[in-house]
Ligand binder design. Structure first.
Ligand code: FES
Length: 342
């Protein structure tokens, strides 16, 4: 049972022996013989590889510069074409900046850095001697990269690495102003006319009939440059007219409405969706995102949903020509309230 018919031991024999404490011996095949690369034997090939690595680092530098050109050089207008063009060059620039560095380092390692295979026993680093050995190993690695002997590679590497973080920095800038004080002030101010969005038509009090609702922005907002368009998001208000008897203003807010016409921030105080639905019969404003409901007759108090404070009211009146104007900015920050409530 333990032998084949020709007398050689079976697998079950080997397992049985191992099970009786015999140490199984095997031959360490060792590392395959080291093969020299072209750059190891031919100085011209090494020089050529060095130039190739430098060119790849240079491509990375060019990619970063293309990114900056797209970011600062392509002016966005109201067309989708310029936006697409900018996005295209931002993407291409970033791709070449990253790929250039990655491919250059791989090519450098494969063609110029020493490729001798070594094996080393693992051990616990405890003594000062061990630390010295570790420092020596790091020094040897730096020496073996040849970075000290190849200034072309060193300089292009430094250039590529120095420029690479900058695209990330300018992209962080696009995240907008830090939350907090940025929502304390909007473009509304004393005497600023309320105009329709997007036509910019001023609104007379007589234009606002009972039950109507308007999307309103401050006069002049449509002429803002692209860099200030986020002002629009902060300043949009909803304008509605109720029977004055249905309004119940609190002390100090008695004159914030004009003949039953009231204006409230359109930005939901939950997480900032635009409040978009006006129920004429109940005088409720609804946010479509999570169904927060605000009661116009109670200064937009929250009567349902996750928002935890009323919509800020814009005090309004009329000017000499009968156009609706703001009395001031909002008296509290607009938008979500979670980051700046003291
Ligand atoms: S954002 Fe309006 S309810 Fe959530």
């Amino acid at each position: 049972m333990g032998d084949h018919s020709d007398g050689t031991p079976t697998t079950s024999d080997a397992v049985a022996k191992a099970g009786h404490g015999e140490v199984e011996k095997f031959q360490d095949p060792g590392l395959p013989p080291h093969r020299l690369r072209l750059a190891d034997t031919d100085p011209r090939a090494a020089k050529r590889a060095e130039r190739q690595v430098a060119i790849l680092f240079a491509i990375s530098i060019v990619g970063t510069l293309v990114f900056f050109f797209a970011y600062f050089g392509i002016r966005l207008d109201s067309t989708i074409g310029t936006l697409r063009l900018q996005n295209l060059f931002l993407g291409l620039g970033t791709a070449f900046a990253m790929l250039g560095i990655g491919v250059a380092i791989v090519h450098w390692a494969k063609t110029l850095m020493p490729d001798h295979e070594v094996s080393e026993e693992r051990h616990v680093v405890r003594t000062e001697d061990d630390r010295q050995v570790a420092v020596k190993i790091v020094d040897d690695i730096i020496e073996e990269t040849g970075i000290k002997r190849r200034p072309l590679i060193r300089n292009t590497l430094i250039g590529a690495l120095a420029l690479t973080p900058f695209p990330a920095i300018v992209l962080f800038r696009d995240l907008g102003p830090l939350p907090g004080n940025s929502l304390r002030h909007t473009m509304w101010d004393k005497g600023v006319r309320l105009v329709r969005d997007p036509t910019g038509t001023p609104i007379k009090a007589t234009d606002v009939t009972n039950g109507s609702a308007f999307h309103v922005i401050p006069d002049g907002l449509n002429e803002l440059t692209e860099g200030k368009l986020n002002e629009k998001a902060k300043s949009v208000v909803l304008l509605m007219r109720l029977n004055p008897d249905e309004l119940h203003p609190s002390q100090g807010r008695e004159d914030w409405a004009y003949n039953g016409i009231v204006a409230y921030s359109k930005i939901c105080t939950h997480v900032g969706c635009p409040v978009a639905l006006y129920e004429q019969q109940t005088h409720h404003l609804l946010c479509p995102c999570h169904q927060s409901t605000f009661d116009l007759t109670q200064e937009c108090k929250v009567i349902f949903g996750p928002a935890n404070r009323p919509l800020p009211q814009l005090p309004i009146t009329v000017d000499n020509e009968g156009y609706l104007v703001a009395q001031s900015d909002f008296h509290e920050p607009v938008g979500p309230s979670f980051w700046e409530r003291g």
